[in-house]
Design a protein around this ligand. Structure first.
Ligand code: LLP
Length: 428
């Protein structure tokens, strides 16, 4: 649930705003973000790391959720920003986000995107391959700058999560593999490349991770590698970026670790590993996305059709679906729904909330308890702040929902709803 969710007179309120009224005013489907929830988590993250480990930064992975208002909030809260391509970079820069606090990622950034990033002066580019190293070196040379970079290492750690979002294991399209000592061998190339400065190492082992034990394992691999680099080249790499991945609770059954436990696990592991090698402690970075914004998000829908198949299932069809939330169809993700205009009532029905798209797999919620729905009810689905808006589509010509931020009883549209004209505006 978002931090500020409460029930007043049967209605669900978030950020002091009546979700039923908001749905009527703005139309549905509608993305709502609880600003206080986002900001509180950002502050908690910074405090959790900096109170344990002074030289730490939190880099928000904007692929989880990004619009201009989000970029402004991240900036105000003093976090850095991870962009996974030229589009996210452009959005951040358009809000005046300081380029030196932007980190660029991606396993196949195009030469154009690299040029945009280097020209803008992004703080770090995370190099994913040797081919990319050459490109960065060349472009930085043409622009007459020295680009600080990290090498993305695949530490060979299997995180305990869905295979589509596991990224640290050996068979991965991402990063420099540790197999046959490949990553270590490539360090020499990075050090030799002109116009590039190796500032540190990066890894990201996966997403929606509940069991934290993979992090110390990955830290050990990374710090071992830093120690070997020091030994071989006499270079102290002063930064270590351990990626994101902390899981969140989508349902009451999910028991993720807290931000504090995450910070404790990682900082302790870094300390231990550095002590083992007699190494100075590097600047430590983490890159959470989901755990900063997922719980802040609520999607509002209107119930259009109810279809009961006795002994099989009750389908509640809403005015959105896989176009605004692909996660259920893609990962069988679970979400909890509530009828926003009956929020005080018990959840007595098991429902499947289907979308309006032309696919059987188009569902937002599968077999979850909810209040008894009626036509015209407003359904709120919780936990949709991460990887919903950013993974949305126009399937079936569906205009994308507006994004409304709520705080202290005020609602403000931060991204307007798409129009039919928007849909075809690029057509020639
Ligand atoms: N850093 C890098 C390099 C990443 O690739 C990611 C996520 C993150 C940080 C942030 O991870 P988080 O803290 O959000 O777990 N679409 C999937 C999630 C894909 C995650 C991709 N990378 C989903 O909806 O579950």
């Amino acid at each position: 649930l978002p931090l500020t969710a409460e029930v007043r007179d049967e209605h669900l309120f978030v950020g002091g705003v009546d979700m039923v009224e908001l749905a009527r005013e703005q139309g549905t489907a509608l993305y709502v973000m609880d600003e206080r929830d986002m900001r509180t988590r950002m502050e908690t993250y910074l405090e959790a790391f900096r109170s344990r480990y002074g030289n730490a930064d939190v880099v928000y992975a904007s692929k989880a959720f990004l619009n201009k208002e989000a970029a402004r909030i991240v900036n105000e809260e003093g976090l850095c920003l991870d962009v996974s391509g030229g589009g996210e970079l452009a959005c951040a820069l358009a809000t005046g986000f300081p380029a030196e606090r932007i980190f660029m990622h991606g396993n196949n950034k195009t030469p154009q995107e690299l040029r945009e990033a280097i020209q803008a002066g992004v703080g770090r580019i995370v190099i994913d391959s040797r081919i990319e190293l050459r490109r960065i070196s060349e472009i930085a040379g043409e622009l007459g700058v020295e680009q600080p970079v990290y090498m993305r290492i695949t530490p060979g750690v299997e995180a305990d999560t869905h295979q589509y979002i596991r990224t640290g294991c050996e068979d991965s399209k991402f990063g420099f593999t540790m197999r046959e000592d490949f990553a270590f061998k490539c360090v020499k190339d990075v050090l030799a490349a002109p116009n590039v400065r190796l500032a540190g190492l990066h890894c990201h082992i996966g997403s929606q991770i509940f069991a934290l034990h993979s992090y110390p394992e990955a830290v050990e691999v990374m710090v071992d590698l830093m120690a070997r680099i020091r030994e071989a080249y006499g270079i102290e790499l002063s930064e270590l970026d351990m990626g994101g991945g902390l899981g969140v609770a989508y349902t009451a059954d999910d028991k993720p670790a807290s931000i504090d436990e995450f910070a404790e696990t990682i900082t302790a592991a870094v300390r231990t590993a550095c002590a083992k090698h007699g190494m100075p402690e590097p600047r430590l970075l983490v890159e959470p996305g989901r755990s900063l914004v997922a719980t802040a998000g609520v999607t509002l829908y209107t119930v259009g059709i109810i279809k009961t198949l006795p002994n099989i299932r009750k389908y509640v069809a809403v005015d959105g679906g896989m176009s605004d939330n692909i996660r259920t169809a893609l990962y069988h993700a679970d979400y909890e729904p509530v009828v926003a205009n009956k929020a005080a009532q018990p959840r007595t029905e098991i429902v499947t909330i289907a979308g309006k798209h032309c696919e059987s797999g188009d569902a937002v919620v599968i077999d979850m308890p909810m209040q008894r729905p009626d036509l015209g009810d407003v359904v709120a689905v919780f936990g949709t702040g991460a990887y919903n808006h950013t993974m949305s589509s126009n399937y079936n010509g569906q205009p994308r929902p507006a994004v409304v931020f709520v705080k202290d009883g005020e609602a403000r549209v931060t991204t307007r709803r798409e129009t039919y004209e928007d849909l075809y505006s690029r057509d020639i």
